[in-house]
Design a protein around this ligand. Sequence first.
Ligand SMILES: NC(=O)c1ccc[n+]([C@@H]2O[C@H](COP(=O)([O-])OP(=O)(O)OC[C@H]3O[C@@H](n4cnc5c(N)ncnc54)[C@H](O)[C@@H]3O)[C@@H](O)[C@H]2O)c1
Ligand SMILES: O=C(O)CC[C@@H](O)C(=O)O
Length: 392
Amino acid sequence: MYKIRTLNNISDEGLALLNKDTYSFATVDEEADAMIVRSFKMHDMNLPEKVKIVARAGAGVNNIPVEKYAEQGVVVCNTPGANANAVKELVVLGLLLSSRKVIQGIKWVHGVNTEEVDVSKAVEKEKSKFAGQELTGKKLGVIGLGAIGVKVANIAISLGMEVYGYDPFVSIESAWGLSSEVKRILNIDEIMTECDYITLHVPLIEQTKNLMSAEKFALSKNGIRLLNFARDGLVNIEDLKQSIKDGKILCYITDFPENDLVNMENVIAIPHLGASTHESEENCAKMAVSQTKEYLENGNIINSVNYPNCYMGLCQSYARIAIHHKNVPNMVGQISSILAKENLNISDMLNKSKGNYAYTLIDVDSEVSEQLINDLMAIQEVIRVRIIKGDK
Ligand SMILES: NC(=O)c1ccc[n+]([C@@H]2O[C@H](COP(=O)([O-])OP(=O)(O)OC[C@H]3O[C@@H](n4cnc5c(N)ncnc54)[C@H](O)[C@@H]3O)[C@@H](O)[C@H]2O)c1
Ligand SMILES: O=C(O)CC[C@@H](O)C(=O)O
C-alpha cells in the first residue's frame, strides 16, 4: 500500500486514477511515499525520508528544491504541456485587454448612477475615452518557445500579428510545432527594439531572474505592452515601475500580483489563473498521478526534472532493483560486481544520467537479499536503493 500526500487541491479526475487497493491518502507528511503538488512552496519544508517522488501538477518547478531533492534520491517530475492551452488562451485575453480599454470601460459602466443618468445615451458620449488598438499588423515578441510559447506564437500569427520568437535552447519538438511564419530572433535585444507586445514564457531560474530590467526597457519603443504569464521574478519591479512612469510600458499584464503593482494604473494583475481551467487541472493531475504510479510501482521515471527519464515497462523478472546514484565513473561496474558476488543473474538493465545524478534499473531472476541492498548502499555514491517485486 502506498500513501499519497497532496499539498494543494488536485483534480478529482486525476486522483481517481489511484486505485484503492494500492493507494490511500496520507494525512501527515511523514506517512507519504509520494507528494503531489501545484504551487505550494516546498523550499522551507523538511521532506521526510519516506518520500520517494514529488510530482508537480504543472510546469514551473521553482517552488520545489529540485537539486536538494536529487541529493536525497527523491525524483521530481512535472507535467510538460498539460496546461499550455489554458495559458495560451489567457495570453490571448491578455493581448486583447492590453489593447482595448475593456476593463476601464466596464468599470465606467458599473459606476454610472442609473437613478440620474440614462446609461444607453451616456455610452455614445463617453466611449471615445475607451478607444484602443488592433492586434493585426502589430509585432509580438515571444520569449521562450516551449509548450506555451509555441502555442502563443502560432495563435498570434493567425490573429494577423508579426511574430518574433526568441529561445536559444529551443527543443526539436517545439521547433517542429512552430509556425514557419514566426521570425527566429537570436538576440533578445532585437525583440526589445522591434516589438509592440512582448510576452514571457521562460522558467524562473538563476539565468532568467530580472530578465526584464531597465537595461532592456531602455531599448524598447515607447508604449509597449508587456505580458508576464510565466513568473514574478522575471521582471524587475522597480525598473518596471520607472518604465511605466517614463511611458516605455503602456500596459503590464501579469498573472503574479505584487503589492507594489496592484493599484498602479497601466497594470492589470490576474490572480495566477493561467492554468486554472477544469481541463488543464484535470490534464495536469492525470499526468502527475500516472507518473507517480509508474515510479512507485515499476521504478520508471517519466518527465523528471532532476533525474534522467528511464523506462523499462513492467518488471517481468523476479524483481527490479532501482538505484539512485551520483553520475560518476565506474558505478555500473561496482554495482554489477556486487550482483555477481551474490550470483544474481541480470535479465534487463538500463543506466541513464542527467547532470550530477544517475539512475540504474536492473531486473534480476531471483530474490534480492538484505545483504545485497546493504552492499549497494555501502557504495559511497549510491543515494537510494529500492526493490520492486516483479511478475515472476
Ligand atoms: N501562469 C500560469 O499559471 C503558468 C502555467 C504554466 C506555466 N507557467 C510558467 O511558464 C513557464 C513556461 O512554461 P512551458 O510549459 O512553456 O515550459 P517549457 O519548459 O515547455 O518552455 C520553456 C522554454 O523556455 C526556454 N528558455 C529557458 N531559458 C531561456 C532563456 N534564458 N531565454 C529564452 N528562452 C529560454 C526553454 O528552452 C523552453 O523552450 C513555466 O516555467 C512556468 O513558470 C505559468
Ligand atoms: O497550479 C497552478 O495553478 C499553476 C501552475 C503554473 O504556474 C505552472 O507553472 O504550471
